[in-house]
Design a protein around this ligand. Sequence first.
Ligand code: GUN
Length: 285
Amino acid sequence: MAANILDGKAIAAKVREQVRQEVEELKKKGVHPGLAVILVGENPASQVYVRNKEKACEDVGIKSIGHRLPASISQEELLSLIRQLNQDPQVHGILVQLPLPDHIDQKAVIDTIAPEKDVDGFGATNMGNILIGDYSKAFLPCTPYGCMVLLEEAGIDPAGKKAVVVGRSNIVGKPVAVLLLNKNATVTICHSKTPDLAAETRQGDILIVAVGRPEMITGDMIKEGAVVIDVGINRLPDGRLVGDVHFDSAKEKASWITPVPGGVGPMTVAMLMKNALEAAKRTVK
Ligand code: GUN
């Protein structure tokens, strides 16, 4: 089988257009959605991600409020800025780009963001609400949310299917596993200590890979007809960008597959826009 391409770029553009229209409606009610974007230090990849997020804000009409801080900033100064943004009614969402410099406790930073402004969905309150399946006050973390929208767009209902997630990060693996479970999939989470990875991945009707290892999942590890979502984005020494899935062999087995680039990446940014809009909408009584 040669797979259909799950075109994240096109689907993300559709999501962003919907957000743009809703932002316009909200502005008519006197609410102008605002997203604070905090970047600490000069990590080149983070600089690119933050620029993309700010561009997306501009595109959909959300006001982005950028805070570029030196890597030398103290933890207390950063927490103090977040507390100030928590109180600012013009700021509906707060995003702190990760990773942070080593001297800053990432968990303390995430825990300081008010849950109602935690548009990245990384905080413990948010994660807890997702775990119990109460999405009414939650924000779905942007990358897992993007994966679920991609499945929906491909017409795949996870209910009754075997979903295999490779990777157990707090940002992608764990939350996407929970979102799939909440949609009634039977979910297996694999990680570096899983003894026979291929035996697990070959069971997956849905296979989501988020490990950060270039092309580690090859076609022989994929079930015929599986839907493959590749969250990885890795730059090879020759400059090529590749995912965690070996695309050419995987596309011969999968029914649907996301490309890299142009798959999950644009969805993450689009879902952030949707969450920022949602945060602003929730302030309207
Ligand atoms: N670093 C890598 N991915 C993300 C993300 O989705 N959000 C933030 N804030 N930082 C990240």
